[in-house]
Write a protein that binds this ligand. Structure first.
Ligand SMILES: NC(=O)c1ccc[n+]([C@@H]2O[C@H](COP(=O)([O-])OP(=O)(O)OC[C@H]3O[C@@H](n4cnc5c(N)ncnc54)[C@H](O)[C@@H]3O)[C@@H](O)[C@H]2O)c1
Ligand SMILES: [Zn+2]
Length: 374
């Protein structure tokens, strides 16, 4: 079904690293057109044929990565596809090492594109590959989960996990361009899709009350993944994250911290839950409710504004309290929070809302107050 808004582009302004996010439906069949035009901006040296290494996972390969591959091959490109196993375990230095070998075999050079077609796992690991091979070769993101579209593909963070901690090795490395085809969401499992909506709602709470209102008014479109609504929602989310990233590209000023609303709680829940019990977005959803209740306790926000968040989260199918089997003790949650890398000098810090559309960083929240919320 084609829709009334055919196409939206977002510019992420980062000086020489400025790039475009193209958002629309049925874009993958003409992926080559976008890749070639972004590539042209970068390489003034004339080249005979385009070359690309497409990185994907087994759940995304068919049909999405295949569509991209075909579009490149039909246009005369030389392309290879690497298909990784789905899941977090592919964000691993050994997997990246295997891909270095593939790039060598492909005789990759500075004109070879690494094209990530997949969720955040594929984007982060293929991005790290591109950032480090030959000191950096061009990188394109084609995100296929809602989370990757609105979050991980904006901001340039790429990397892999170490056994000791997630995302411990990585870099800031901006892509040449990001291609978002909302049609790819049609194959995404419901739980993954809904989980991505938590980050979308987060943007409304932290930065944009009118966007939050738009979401409240378009629940049906959100739940049915209606293309026009999806395009608007993804574009607005990318714009809001890009605004923050543009002001704090390398996470130095602390501005980027607003994006962590709900995440101090969420990271603790994720660390305590067994594997696969809580998806990231589900943990963030519950975390935002806790954070907003904490803000209420501190007299920073009204109960009605917490309720608006709870209602919207529930309406799209997100959890607002810890599920059965995940009732962690306050002691355990606090202990994990104190271990969080965002905790400074044993002081609990939280991003807390003052109203829908605005948050503040609050330092020195007492353990006692946090316990009351837990
Ligand atoms: N770089 C950043 O700024 C940033 C930000 C947030 C999260 N992340 C990272 O992103 C990762 C999580 O990303 P994710 O939630 O996209 O997970 P994911 O990449 O594991 O994808 C989730 C699941 O959906 C499947 N899938 C993806 N697209 C599909 C589609 N269109 N149809 C059917 N199945 C599909 C995948 O195979 C996987 O099983 C984490 O590693 C996290 O650390 C990075
Ligand atoms: Zn998140």
């Amino acid at each position: 079904m084609s829709s009334t808004i055919p196409f939206i582009t977002i510019q992420v302004y980062l000086g020489l690293r400025t790039y475009e996010i193209a958002i629309g439906d049925s874009l993958l069949i003409e992926a080559e057109r976008y890749l070639a035009s972004w590539d042209e901006k970068l390489n003034s040296v004339e080249k005979t044929t385009g070359r690309a290494l497409i990185v994907t996972d087994q759940n995304v390969q068919s049909p999405h990565a295949e569509t991209v591959y075909k579009s490149l091959i039909d246009a005369g490109w030389q392309a290879e596809v690497i298909t990784l196993e789905p899941g977090e375990s592919s964000k691993n230095i050994n997997v990246v090492t295997g891909m270095y070998d593939d790039l060598v075999k492909l005789q990759a050079d500075r004109q070879t594109l690494v094209v990530a077609v997949g969720g955040g796992v594929i984007g982060d690991s293929a991005g790290f590959l591109a950032a480090t091979y030959a000191r950096g070769i061009p990188f394109i993101q084609i995100p296929t989960t809602l989370l990757a579209m609105v979050d991980s593909s904006v901001g340039g963070k790429v990397g892999v996990n170490l056994p000791q901690a997630k995302n411990l090795v990585g870099s800031f490395y901006q892509p040449l361009g990001v291609l978002i085809d909302t049609d790819t969401l049609n194959t995404l499992p419901a739980r993954e899709y809904i989980s991505g909506l938590a980050e979308v709602i987060k943007y409304g709470v932290i930065l944009d009350d009118s966007f939050f209102k738009y979401l409240e008014e378009n629940i049906e479109g959100l739940n049915s993944r209606e293309p026009t609504v999806m395009k608007q929602v993804i574009a607005r989310s990318c714009r809001l994250k890009a605004d923050v990233v543009e002001q704090d590209e390398f996470e130095r000023t602390g501005l980027r911290a607003v994006l962590n609303y709900g995440h101090t709680f969420a990271h603790a829940f994720e660390a305590l839950a067994g594997y696969g019990e809580l998806l990231h977005g589900e943990a963030v959803s519950i975390g935002m409710v806790y954070a907003s209740r904490l803000a209420e306790k501190l007299g920073r926000i009204t109960g009605e504004e917490t309720e608006r968040q709870v209602n919207l989260l529930k309406a799209v199918g997100l959890p607002v309290e810890l599920p059965v089997g995940c009732e962690f003790s306050a002691d355990n949650i606090l202990q994990k929070m104190l271990l969080d890398k965002k905790t400074v000098g044993g002081q609990l810090r939280f991003v807390l809302p003052t109203e829908i559309g605005n948050v503040e960083m609050v330092k020195g929240v007492s353990e006692k107050t946090v316990r009351e919320v837990l």
